[in-house]
Design a protein. Structure first.
Length: 425
């Protein structure tokens, strides 16, 4: 009789199933959405989403990433709630600062308001929702609520698709795309806060003034000082691409790049989120037992390598033969851009989960240095390609192949971090 799958594998399977259903909903709606909206409108969505992802990833100063680490006992759970509260407060302050910046920019040349119009005022809303969603996701991951987390992708994609199609049919224009995208974070908050909000508030109110919260914040001070800059650089490395491309290419080309990213990049990122959530929790539990931690690391790496083969073969075939029939002839350049993205997407797919090792073993400085190098390589490649008049797909391919070795360096670095053990604060 075969061995039953372990809890980590069951959790990954559960999350991946929810992810697959969510992506089926999104892919099923894409042929209609790309015929309702123009490539230029999709380009605005790409710019908007990139700002929200970049700002939302660090709005909580990465205290959300620390929620998983305290021991799962009375004191540890209380500390975790304290970290959650600190994260939410940080998100609120960061979103308010972004709003003030946008208002001020209206009087000094417009800035983002010029390219996005009045829809740019939704950026603080998106940042706040994304940051709060990350904080609640951290609590759910800590509690091992993978069944609830698996329900998120189909609900998020379903709500988003309904609003985007409805907005397009009603003639709302790009606003339909933006509001539909924002709705995903609010769906996440609504589902994850249900049944938890009251207990979280009770624990949060039990803290003795701000002094105790400041003590918790100080204990995990490496997260805002190191994890937050690292997360910012990580977001910039992936989401600043569209801003660099905007210097050299047309709005229609930016829209096709955004579709390519969403078509082949976002589904992989959602799968990696599922795997990373489980790996982070399991790795944190095993960090005091090096042999078990190393065994988990090897299993995850080998599993991702094996899983990448059918996934990326399927993506190549999809890009070559199905993009134009599904999305329409107006989006034909998307095929070449998507193929150009595949090398770096493969590198991210294999190594992104392993980066959580640096968080568990408190080696975030290593990740920060790596991120600086990754951003420099990626940005240089995009600027080089654009400045030399390469086609957009050629520039994307140049950046993709140039950055691939940088991502593969995560493998030996994360193994070394694990072998050295936890840094004591």
């Amino acid at each position: 009789m075969g061995r039953k799958p372990g809890p980590a594998l069951r959790a990954i399977t559960l999350l991946a199933s929810g992810t697959a259903l969510g992506q089926l909903i999104a892919i099923g709606a894409m042929p209609l959405i790309t015929r309702i909206y123009s490539p230029a409108e999709y380009g605005v969505l790409g710019l908007f989403s990139s700002v929200v992802v970049i700002a939302g990833s660090v709005a909580g100063l990465k205290y959300d990433a620390a929620v998983i680490l305290p021991a799962r006992n009375g004191d540890g759970n209380r500390i975790a709630i304290g970290l959650f509260v600190i994260s939410i407060l940080s998100v609120a302050i960061s979103s308010a600062i972004l709003l003030l910046f946008l208002i001020a920019s209206q009087f000094f040349g417009g800035g983002l308001l010029v390219s996005m119009g009045h829809w740019a005022l939704l950026l603080p809303v998106g940042t706040f929702a994304a940051g709060v969603s990350l904080s609640f996701t951290a609590l759910a991951t800590r509690a091992g609520e993978f069944s609830r987390l698996s329900h998120l992708p189909p609900l998020q994609k379903g709500a988003s698709v309904v609003v985007q199609i409805g907005g397009g049919l009603l003639g709302v224009g790009v606003g339909g795309l933006l509001v539909g995208a924002l709705l995903q974070s609010f769906v996440s908050i609504g589902l994850l806060a249900r049944g938890r909000l009251k207990s979280v508030l009770l624990v949060a109110l039990s803290f003795r003034g701000t002094g105790e919260l400041r003590g918790v914040a100080h204990r995990y001070r490496d997260f805002p000082s190191v994890n937050a800059p690292t997360a910012l650089l990580n977001s910039l490395a992936w989401n600043s691409q569209i801003f660099l491309l905007a210097l050299f290419y047309t709005p229609d080309e930016l829209g096709m790049f955004s579709l390519a990213m969403g078509m082949v990049g976002l589904p992989l990122n959602v799968i990696l989120t599922a795997v990373s959530q489980v790996y982070l929790r399991e790795s944190a539990d095993r960090k005091s037992r090096p042999d078990r931690a190393r065994f988990l690391w090897v299993r995850v790496l080998v599993g991702l390598l094996l899983l990448s083969v059918p996934i990326f073969v399927g993506l190549v075939l999809f890009c070559r033969y199905l993009v134009v029939p599904i999305f329409g002839s107006a989006w034909s350049l998307t095929e070449m851009i998507a193929l150009a993205l595949l090398p770096i997407l493969w590198g991210r797919f294999v190594t992104t989960t392993l980066t959580t090792t640096f968080t568990v073993y408190r080696r975030q400085v290593w990740m920060l240095v790596w991120q600086v190098f990754a951003v420099l390589v990626t940005s240089a490649a995009y600027l080089l390609g654009g400045a030399n008049g390469l086609r957009i797909d050629e520039t994307v391919a140049l950046a993709s192949w140039a950055t691939l070795p940088v991502y593969l360096a995560i493998i030996p670095l994360s193994l070394r971090a694990m072998s050295l053990g936890v840094v004591r604060s």
